[in-house]
Design a protein around this ligand. Structure first.
Ligand code: CFM
Ligand code: HCA
Length: 531
């Protein structure tokens, strides 16, 4: 609490009041660990957040390998989202893979003045001539919304003209307070126009959707390898490495697993209502987290042979990594960490750090909502504001032909009561008293918390990693994994520990002294006095 106040004390009263509500000294407040989240950042503050377009095109749609995505707007937004997120995909036989590409209408001033629809149509014509895609997505950036191009009409035209699937996403950057709005827009359109359209023959009753897994650094591949070893069939992964056909068939699964709750919870719930498939929050980051997730899934399917296979695979995978885990534990035990990322990893990576005896003393999300901090039990108490109402909230009905229940309604209700399915408890329950949760952490607060809490390592993204390094603190990127990975499941845990240990035992940044700390770099006078 004291440390938090030392950071806040630098602010004027207005900013103080606002930022205080975004900070929680866990277990040491009268507010039941309540936090303010998913609201606008104060203008002028250096936030780490991205925009609605980043959440829609960059995060949810980007990893679909055979959707040809056209960013409709000036070139900068498309360029920024070109390959930086490291979502990997393999091209299957007869499939397209556009992930290496970046397509944009590259709007110019004259298009902004006279309208960009013509150029969008031309781009689609060009795409059809050169690549012959079966699916085109159109994603709007800010100016498109401002000038009023009707991208949905263009999408309808393209479907008719070429007999392809063409979906428009009005995900202008300004639409929400963060990436989170873009996730929602992407989820809505996928639900309306993609999910449920497939008729692939599925014979394995242990069939899963892996929701909220984007295959960053190959994480999703490692999860799939493990699940397949046990005997599951992963019908679709939303959306890491998936094809359109995978997503179209997701309505056939018997259980949806949710890795990242923030970005995909809308689809998880809508799929349950429309097709009867319950969802289970799992976490494949961390050895203990992975073991618990595998056991929970086996519990749902409730087959002694599957449970036995689950245990055999767990034992074998543990055997494979045991020596490495012990070695890295001896290197990392007792260290402390701060984690600040988007909407779910700040929670998940605490499990992995725990496996090696590293304590997380500060954690926060850029754009997680209150339920990612406090758990879904707070949902009824969250008041929608003008920004959240800005995004359409769709409803669906049970599909008369495709609705199916794997378990009886009674069993499903029982598992819901046990919170095995349909529930996410959020981050705070896994954080120790005396640690800190901070929402929408900014550069200034990062600098201050690093000085006060002195973590051994700061996990963040590209924009704030330099704040840590300049402060002499080791930084690792938990978005891109600094070009490493996978970090998921058993074997990923070893990759992670190896990378962290290398950093901790190469404390280069603590040897660097900023030039202005050694000698003044500015000369001049202040009010006539020597500065
Ligand atoms: Fe979910 Fe993600 Fe994340 Fe996210 Fe992201 Fe990401 Fe992230 Mo970067 S979907 S919320 S919008 S886990 S891109 S793969 S790393 S901020 S913590
Ligand atoms: C995004 C994508 C991002 C950015 C990462 C970072 C990602 O939010 O637009 O800031 O380093 O994971 O690539 O979160």
């Amino acid at each position: 609490m004291k440390e938090m106040n030392r950071v806040l004390d630098h602010y004027n009263s207005k900013v103080y009041k606002n930022r205080k509500e975004h900070m929680v000294a866990v277990g040491n407040n009268d507010n039941n660990n309540e936090i303010l989240a998913n609201v606008r950042t104060i203008p002028g503050i250096i936030t780490q957040r991205g925009c609605c377009y980043a959440g829609c095109k960059g995060v949810v749609l980007g990893p679909i390998k055979d959707a040809f995505i056209i960013t409709h707007g000036p070139i900068g937004c498309a360029y920024y989202s070109w390959g930086t997120r490291r979502h990997k995909a393999k091209k299957g036989e007869g499939e397209d893979n556009y992930l290496q590409y970046c397509f944009s209408t590259d709007l110019q001033e004259s298009d902004i003045v006279f309208g960009g629809e013509k150029k969008l149509k031309q781009s689609i014509e060009e795409a059809m001539d050169l690549f012959h895609p079966h699916t085109i997505f159109i994603c709007s950036t800010c100016p498109v919304g401002l000038i009023g191009d009707d991208i949905h009409a263009v999408a309808k035209w393209a479907e008719k003209e070429y007999g392809i699937k063409c979906i428009a996403f009005s995900c202008e950057g300004y639409k929400g307070v963060s990436q989170s709005a873009g996730h929602h827009i992407a989820n809505n359109q996928l639900m309306k126009y993609v999910i449920g359209e497939g008729d692939r023959e599925i014979t394995n009753k242990y069939s899963l959707n892996l929701l909220g897994e984007y295959n960053i650094g190959g994480d999703g591949w490692e999860v799939e390898r493990l699940l397949k070893r046990i005997g599951y069939e992963v019908i679709s992964t939303f959306t890491g490495g998936s094809s359109m056909d995978d997503l179209k068939n997701s309505h056939q699964a018997n259980l949806s697993l949710v890795q990242c709750h923030r970005s995909i919870n809308y689809i998880a719930e809508l799929i349950e209502t429309k097709y009867g498939i319950p969802w289970m929050k799992i976490n494949f980051i961390g050895v203990e987290g992975t073991i618990k997730s595998l056991r929970d899934i086996a519990k749902y399917f409730n087959d002694p042979a599957l449970t036995a296979r689950t245990e055999a695979v767990i034992a074998d995978e543990l055997d494979f990594i045991e020596q490495d885990i012990e070695y890295y534990k001896s290197k990392l035990k007792g260290k402390t960490a701060a984690i600040y990322v988007g909407g779910s990893r700040a929670h998940h990576y605490q499990f992995l750090l725990n496996d090696f005896g590293v304590r997380t003393i500060l954690a926060g999300y850029e754009f997680g909502h209150r339920e990612e901090y406090e758990g879904r039990e707070v949902l009824p108490f969250i008041k929608p504001d003008a920004d959240s109402k800005n995004i359409e909230s769709i409803t669906v009905e049970p599909d008369p032909k495709k609705y199916h229940l794997y378990l009886s309604e009674e069993d499903i209700n029982k598992l819901k009561e046990e919170k095995l399915i349909g529930y996410y408890g959020g981050m705070v329950k896994d954080m120790k008293n005396g640690t800190y949760m901070v929402d929408d952490l900014n550069h200034f607060e990062t600098e201050e918390f690093l000085k006060i809490l002195k973590p051994d390592i700061f996990f963040s993204g590209i924009k704030d990693k330099f704040v840590a390094q300049k402060a002499g603190v080791l930084s690792r990127q938990l978005h891109s994994y600094d070009y490493s990975g996978p970090y998921s499941c058993f074997r990923g845990a070893v990759n992670f520990a190896r990378d962290i240990a290398m950093g901790i035992y190469t404390p280069a940044w603590s040897y660097v002294k900023a030039p202005w700390k050694a000698a003044p770099i500015l000369e001049g006078t202040v009010g006539g006095e020597e500065a």
